[in-house]
Design a binder for this molecule. Structure first.
Ligand code: NAD
Length: 307
């Protein structure tokens, strides 16, 4: 039976679909963003999870398993004018997916590490920690988790994956590494929110995809962190970009909003117990791949070779 991947045109969705196909599995992608190339074993439904005459719900009902990655991501954009879209795509779309999924079907729902409200004193955040969602994005993910809990209490099999920052080829253009790479290339100062000593637990997108699929296959309900347990300083990320591009960079520290936490770090013990490995990030490699993928995209769009 096919695995349904929602958000299949997105950053994580594309990586998960590619990995499933490489393992010879059948995939049905669902995304309202069209134009996704398909190949053998891959059907793509160009549909919204909400409405769309039940096209998405029918696919989910018949699925062998679901990895739900569709959503409105981005901690920084906690403005109230996107509150409706965020609620629709993070909360209501999750309700639609869970509503369509039979109780016996394993559903992996991507929420976010942001619901912890950051790591304090370098201590890793564990799944049993109290939640402290700061800002509209984290709040919407906490609501999505409440729906998942309900589904599990009614006998469902929902794995709540809490990814920490993910990086690598295809990273969204609104994420810090992508923005810094663009700025470094254009000779603009790199904006650092809060300070260079702040840290993020960064997972290589390849390991994130591998972990999400392994969580689906294990089918153990409840929350689980998807991270490395190794915090990386923001200035180390910037150094890696400067080295990869062989340019000098200028930075500018700006005040961080309240939703922008100082540090993130995953407790990886539960993930390791369930899937048998802990993601590992080689920062130089991840940054180099992200730059190469951005080059490729630029060539594909413009037909010009980047300098
Ligand atoms: P993305 O924006 O690249 O992909 C999301 C995809 O979902 C998009 O292609 C969008 O068109 C689709 N989508 C959104 N709402 C939809 C709907 N109602 N119906 C159909 N399609 C819909 O985001 P991403 O970075 O790949 O993140 C995937 C998920 O993981 C999100 O839920 C995000 O909040 C979560 N997450 C991501 C990260 C990260 O570092 N990228 C970290 C933590 C959590």
């Amino acid at each position: 039976m096919a695995v349904v991947v929602t958000g299949s045109a997105g950053f994580l969705g594309q990586a998960v679909v590619a990995r499933l196909l490489a393992a010879g599995r059948e995939v049905i992608g669902i995304d309202r963003r069209g134009g996704v190339p398909t190949g053998p074993g891959h059907t793509e439904l160009h549909a919204d999870l909400i409405g769309s005459d039940g096209v998405a719900a029918d696919a989910i009902r018949e699925a062998g398993g679901v990895i739900h990655l569709a959503g409105c991501p981005g901690v920084r954009d906690s403005r109230t004018d996107v509150a409706w879209h965020r609620h629709r795509d993070n909360v209501l779309a999750t309700a639609a997916v869970l509503g369509a999924a039979p109780r016996r079907t394993t559903v992996v729902v991507a929420t976010s590490s942001s619901i912890y409200g950051g790591s304090v004193g370098g201590r890793p955040c564990a799944e049993t920690d109290p939640l402290n969602p700061r800002g509209g994005y984290a709040a919407s993910k906490a609501l999505a988790e409440a729906l998942c809990r309900d589904h599990n209490e009614a006998g469902g099999r929902v794995v709540v994956a809490r990814p920490f920052t993910v990086a690598g080829e295809g990273q969204r253009s609104d994420m810090a590494l992508s923005m810094w790479i663009d700025a470094a290339r254009a000779g603009r100062p790199l904006r650092i929110l809060g300070g260079p000593e702040r840290t993020r637990d960064v997972t290589d997108v390849r390991d994130a995809a591998r972990a999400l699929i392994a969580l689906l296959d294990a089918g153990e309900p409840g929350p689980v962190n998807v991270g490395t347990g190794v915090p990386i300083r923001l200035d180390a990320m910037i150094d890696a970009i400067a080295t990869a591009l062989d340019v000098d960079v200028r930075t500018r520290v700006e005040p961080a909003g309240p939703e922008e936490v100082s540090d993130t770090r995953a407790d990886t013990r539960r993930l390791e117990r369930i899937v048998g490995f802990v993601p590992h990030t080689d920062l130089a490699d991840v940054v180099a791949r992200q730059i190469a993928a951005a080059d490729f995209e630029q060539v594909a769009e413009s037909g010009r070779v980047p300098a």
